[in-house]
Ligand binder design. Structure first.
Ligand code: SAH
Ligand code: SF4
Ligand code: F3S
Length: 441
């Protein structure tokens, strides 16, 4: 092999993909590739793709179009596509985009070193077959990136919920929970490395362990993690409302290390739409869980996701979504226009909402949320917050960290404080962040 080769990874989509990209970088070190941030110098470019909405998929194809030019100009450039679009398209992608050298699915990361070697010899391959549960457990992504204060720890993969609009169960496969002993071991090591906060990651963390005989529940896992000495904070994402158990809610009053924030996507405020979406809860059940969470941890910050313009959604249904937002009083939201996805049930539903109407509803929802987020952020003015200092801000003149409730706070202080827990007096609330002054610098 001649010298060191450079690898450029572009990541789309969610945190699962970001974790997979770290894993890809570490696997490809073994075949001589070193990460670079300059795509123009790369010998291998990998797009780690997302397919959750049509727009995300289109982005991948336009990026592939741009990379084609880079490829003709460069002497030796290999192009790989992984992630959820790769999983969805497989061989079709190799045919459709002749300048792509390799395609690997969401279960095939471990085959990548072999595939890259084959591509270096001029072989084009697509590997997208799902693997068995035992092998998946052995190959669970282990996050060993060093040097940061916070870390994501994957505790489960895949999803069995089959919400009628969602492609994730098709591209990520069946739900599987990682062995709890391994999770605890990884967090213990991370803490020895200086990590102060972990976020437990999965499509639906609340159902952790339920399908695995002998495994502990998510609430028990949280209790064991919170008992690790030296760890300051635990968060988790994402939660499914139907699986938030009373035992899990109790953790919010029992465990001070468990941060006062929950991301609990409702998707819609209308019972009719929730039924069509196959979400498994009613508006009332959702609100009962929110009330229980607020009782267990006063001041808990709730965030969520909503889809507008689901097939059949009427103005009346949409107004139910807006009223749910006001009842819950979300700290922040992600909101999307419904996008039909291949293989999903809803793609075949009639009674589509016009594109113009969908867009108008999205804008109304976002305007309301912006107002509520700003109002919420202003209520922090004059309060004192405990912040874990995560780093130096992009502008370079401030430090940033998050409150217990997951609001970003910027403040001026010495960079040696990165990694420390500090107290900050909040002076100003903005739409996306808070500004503060450190107490006893
Ligand atoms: N497992 C997580 C997140 C899945 S994808 C959960 O269940 O909450 C993230 C968000 O994308 C979803 O919460 C949903 O709001 C949105 N989404 C998924 N499929 C979509 C589609 N077909 N059209 C529009 N938004 C979609
Ligand atoms: Fe998709 Fe529903 Fe699974 Fe979330 S819970 S990943 S929205 S199918
Ligand atoms: Fe996208 Fe796949 Fe994540 S579809 S949201 S990258 S699981």
């Amino acid at each position: 092999m001649t010298g060191e080769k450079l690898l450029y990874i572009e990541t789309f989509g969610c945190q699962m993909n970001a974790s997979d990209s770290d894993k890809i970088a570490s696997l490809l070190k073994g075949v001589g590739y070193k990460p670079t941030t300059d795509s123009a110098r790369a010998d291998l470019i990998i797009l780690n793709t997302c397919s959750v909405r049509e727009k995300a998929e289109h982005k991948v194809y336009s990026q592939l179009g741009r990379l084609r030019e880079l490829k003709t100009e460069t002497r030796r450039l290999l192009l790989g596509v992984g992630g959820c679009v790769a999983q969805q398209e497989g061989e079709r992608l190799l045919k459709r985009v002749p300048w792509v050298d390799l395609v690997f699915g969401t279960h095939n990361l471990h085959q990548l070193p072999d595939m890259v070697r084959a591509a270096e010899r001029g072989e084009r391959r697509a590997e997208v077959q799902f693997i068995d549960a035992e092998t998946r457990l052995d190959l669970f992504p282990r996050d060993d990136a060093s040097g940061s204060v916070t870390r994501f720890v994957t505790v489960m993969q895949g999803c069995d919920n089959f919400c009628s609009y969602c492609i994730v169960p098709y591209v990520r496969g069946r739900e599987i929970s990682r062995r709890s002993a391994e999770i605890l071991d990884e967090i213990q090591n991370a803490v020895s490395d200086g990590v102060k906060e972990v976020t437990l990651l999965g499509q639906n963390v609340n159902s952790y362990g339920l399908a695995t005989p002998g495994e502990i529940s998510f609430a028990e896992l949280l209790r064991k993690i919170a008992a690790i000495d030296g760890l300051e904070r635990v968060r988790f994402t994402t939660s499914h409302p139907k699986d938030i158990s009373a035992d899990l809610i109790a953790c919010f009053s029992e465990l001070p290390k468990l941060c006062g924030h929950v991301h609990l996507p409702a998707q819609s405020g209308s019972d009719a739409v929730l039924t069509w979406m196959n979400r498994g809860y009613t508006r009332r059940e959702y609100l009962e869980k929110i009330a229980a969470l607020k009782a267990a941890r006063p001041g808990i910050q709730v965030t969520g996701d909503f889809i507008v313009g689901f097939p059949g959604e009427t103005e009346e249904d949409f107004l139910q979504t807006l009223s749910l937002m006001e009842e819950v009083c979300y700290a922040d939201l992600f909101s999307f226009v419904y996008s039909p996805r291949p293989e999903t049930k809803a793609a075949g539903f009639a009674d589509k909402v016009s594109r113009k109407e969908k867009q108008a509803r999205l804008e109304r929802l976002q305007a309301l949320q912006l107002e509520m987020t700003l109002e919420r952020n202003r209520t922090f003015e004059g309060t004192r917050q405990r912040i874990l200092v995560e780093g130096v801000s992009k502008r370079g003149d401030q430090l940033f960290g998050r409150t217990d409730g997951n609001r970003i706070v910027n403040f001026t202080a010495d960079p040696s404080l990165v990694g420390a827990m500090v107290e900050v007096d909040i002076t100003r609330g903005y739409p996306n962040s808070l500004l503060g002054e450190i107490v006893n610098p």
